[in-house]
Write a protein that binds this ligand. Structure first.
Ligand SMILES: [Mg+2]
Length: 230
């Protein structure tokens, strides 16, 4: 079946952790961490996150990610645990995932302008639509499915099916783009969608319904192969 619609994950696909904002939030709590140290600690923290996502849930993986990140950047473990709890509580009002990833929103806009239904499917805190509006990128998205509102998180089939219904297409007509192999790639494939595995860790899986893309240009090329874009 021909692909007709595209959905995007949010965190680490459309937006990434704003490390400058995190530094300033930590200063509010009397903790000084260099932005460079946070950047260096991210790969290992994301590996911990991925392991935790496989085990299920969202708050626990997020907390584990943030604790690992802070410890990796030099914060003492007990303080890191408390700070992660505070930052999680702050997420609904001061979302740290707000730095646009180069070219991705522009790609979503290009698709929407060409008449392709575009949506977001995210494991988030229930206020993702507000965040996307706050950073000025709401226009391309016909649908924003936020697990914190729906009560179902990726990789569950139901969240992908919900997005398909909301976009007025079948799951088989959707290409989903996301950075998490478990939540996005396996989740979308389990729901009958095609998937583009996004980011530095992405690689070929041997499944011809999955493309790997390191950046927005590579996502665009994969969408062109599936005739979603010229
Ligand atoms: Mg993500």
């Amino acid at each position: 079946m021909r692909a007709r619609a595209v959905t995007f994950d949010a965190g680490q696909t459309l937006v990434e952790l704003d490390t400058a904002m995190l530094v300033s939030r930590l200063v509010e709590r009397g903790v000084e961490v260099a932005e460079r140290a946070l950047a260096g600690a991210q790969p290992a923290a994301w590996r911990r996150y991925e392991e935790a996502v496989t085990a299920g849930g969202h708050q626990a993986p997020w907390h584990l990610f943030m604790t690992s990140l802070l410890v990796g950047a030099g914060v003492a473990p007990t303080a890191a645990t408390d700070l992660a709890t505070w930052l999680w509580d702050q997420q609904p009002v001061r979302n740290l995932w707000r730095r646009p990833i180069t070219g991705m929103f522009e790609l979503a806009q290009e698709l929407a302008t060409a008449g392709t239904p575009v949506g977001i499917i995210s494991n988030s805190e229930g206020r993702l639509a507000e965040l996307i509006a706050e950073i000025g990128w709401a226009a391309p998205f016909a649908v924003i499915v936020d697990s914190g509102r729906l009560g179902v998180a990726k990789p569950a089939r139901a969240i992908f099916e919900h997005a398909a219904r909301a976009l007025g297409v079948t799951p088989a007509e959707i290409v989903h783009v996301g950075d998490s192999r478990t939540a996005d790639v396996e989740g979308a494939r389990g729901a009958g969608m095609r998937a583009i595995w996004f980011g530095a860790a992405a690689h070929a899986t041997g499944d011809d319904g999955v493309a790997a893309a390191v950046d927005a240009a590579a996502v665009r090329a994969a969408l062109a192969r599936w005739e979603l874009i010229r």
